[in-house]
Design a binder for this molecule. Structure first.
Ligand SMILES: *[C@@H]1O[C@H](CO)[C@@H](O)[C@H](O)[C@H]1NC(C)=O
Ligand SMILES: *[C@@H]1O[C@H](CO)[C@@H](O)[C@H](O)[C@H]1NC(C)=O
Length: 345
C-alpha cells in the first residue's frame, strides 16, 4: 500500500491514482436513484453501474473502449498516464506530450462500442471510475481535483498535444467528485480501507446549441493541483444517426497499422461519413429496453426486487462476480508501477 503522506514529503507525492472514461454517453437517471435507494437498505446493496447487466445504460464509448471492458486491462493498457509521460522528465525520459493514449489517436471504435451521438444543445454524461479517490484518498493534497473536457470547436478537429488543454478549448469542467455517489454517505469515510466505495462519478457535458453537424473529437482530462494527470479521448457525432448505431467512419480516420480494429457492423458502415446533415430530431438516447424503463416496484420485504426479465439481478451486498472475473470489488488503484511525481508547491 503506497502511502502518500508517509512515503514522501509534500513536494514529492506518489500518485497511484488513475481514472478513465468508461462511457461517454451514460444514462444514470435510473441508476442514481437505485444507488441511493439501495444504499439505505439493511444491509445496504452496492450498485456498480459498470457491471455488464447495466450496459444498456451506456449509449456511447470512448475510442477503442471494449464492451464489455476488462478493468485490469484498461487500467494498464488503456488509460493515458499524462503524469508519467509528460511530467516525469529527465534526459532518459523526454516528455511525450500526446494528449491521447496511442490507441486513442484516431477515431477507432470497437464492435458494440460506438461513439456517442448527440444533437446540438443536448447534454451527455461521461461516466468514469472514482477508484477510491472521490473523497481525496491517495491523490496529492487529499484533493481529487477537477475533470475538464477539451474540444477544438469544430468537426474533424483533433486535439493532439497537452498544450491544447487551454481555456480556449475548454468545453466543460466540474469536480472529480462533482457528480458522484459514494458509499457510505458519511463523508468522514475517505479511503477504501475505511470502507469507501465510489462506484459512480459523472461529468455532464452540454453540447453548444450552435454545434455544427459532424464528428467532434473531445478529450476528458483529470486535473490535480492544476496539472493534467490522466486523459481519455472520445468523439461525439452531432446530427448523426443516433447512439447505438454503427459509428461512422470518417474518411480522415485511419486505424493504427499495428492493431487494425474492425469497425462495428462493417458491412453496414461504409467508409463515407454517414452524417451529411444535421438531424436535430434524432433521438440521442434510444428508448431503453422495457425491462429497465420500468423499474421494479420497491418490495418492502425483499431488499432487492429483481425486474422480471433482468438478465442478472444482484441480491447480495456484494454483487455477483462479474464476467470480468479479475475485477476487484474495491477499485482502489493499484498502479502497475510506482510513480514518483513532482508537484511543485
Ligand atoms: C435497488 O436496485 C434495483 C436494481 O438493481 C432496483 O430495481 C430497486 O428498485 C432498488 N431498490 C431501491 C430501494 O432503490
Ligand atoms: C496489456 O497489453 C499487453 C500487450 O498487448 C499484454 O501483454 C498484457 O497482458 C496487457 N495487460 C493486461 C493487464 O491485460
Amino acid at each position: 500500500m503506497i502511502s502518500y503522506i508517509s512515503a514522501f514529503s509534500v513536494l514529492a507525492a506518489t500518485v497511484s491514482a488513475h481514472s478513465w472514461v468508461e462511457c461517454s454517453n451514460h444514462d444514470n437517471s435510473l441508476l442514481l436513484p437505485w444507488m441511493q435507494g439501495n444504499s439505505t437498505l439493511n444491509p445496504p446493496v452496492i450498485i456498480d453501474p459498470e457491471m455488464p447487466w447495466y450496459a444498456n445504460f451506456c449509449h456511447g464509448y470512448p475510442r477503442n473502449k471494449k464492451n464489455p471492458g476488462d478493468w485490469i486491462d484498461e487500467s494498464t493498457n488503456y488509460s493515458w498516464d499524462i503524469i508519467d509521460n509528460v511530467f516525469n522528465g529527465g534526459p532518459s525520459h523526454p516528455p511525450n506530450t500526446n494528449a491521447c493514449h496511442p490507441t486513442q489517436r484516431t477515431p477507432t471504435y470497437q464492435p458494440n462500442a460506438p461513439m456517442a451521438s448527440a444533437a446540438p444543445g443536448d447534454s451527455i454524461k461521461l461516466f468514469f471510475g472514482g477508484n477510491g479517490h472521490t473523497r481525496g484518498s491517495n491523490v496529492p493534497g487529499g484533493d481529487p481535483g477537477i475533470v475538464n473536457v477539451y474540444w477544438k470547436g469544430a468537426p474533424e478537429q483533433e486535439i493532439t498535444d497537452v498544450s491544447e488543454f487551454t481555456s480556449a478549448n475548454l468545453l466543460a469542467t466540474g469536480g472529480f467528485a462533482g457528480e458522484s455517489f459514494s458509499y457510505p454517505a458519511d463523508p468522514n469515510i475517505k479511503t477504501p480501507a475505511q470502507g469507501l466505495v465510489d462506484k459512480g462519478n459523472w461529468l455532464t457535458v452540454k453540447m453548444p446549441a450552435d454545434m455544427a453537424a459532424g464528428r467532434h473529437m473531445m478529450v476528458w482530462v483529470w486535473e490535480a493541483q492544476g496539472k493534467p494527470t490522466w486523459s481519455t479521448c472520445f468523439d461525439v457525432m452531432v446530427g448523426g444517426s443516433g447512439s447505438g448505431s454503427a459509428p461512422a467512419a470518417p474518411a480522415s480516420s485511419s486505424s493504427p497499422s499495428a492493431a487494425p480494429v474492425p469497425a462495428a457492423a462493417a458491412s453496414s458502415a461504409p467508409a463515407a461519413p454517414a452524417y451529411s446533415a444535421p438531424a436535430a430530431a434524432a433521438s440521442p438516447l434510444p428508448a431503453l429496453p422495457s425491462v429497465v424503463a420500468a423499474p421494479a416496484p420497491a418490495a418492502p420485504s425483499a431488499p432487492v426486487a429483481p425486474a422480471p426479465a433482468a438478465p442478472v439481478a444482484p441480491q447480495a451486498v456484494q454483487e455477483p462476480a462479474p464476467s470480468v472475473s479479475a475485477k476487484p470489488k474495491t477499485r482502489a488503484c493499484k498502479a502497475p508501477r510506482k510513480r514518483k511525481v513532482e508537484f511543485t508547491a
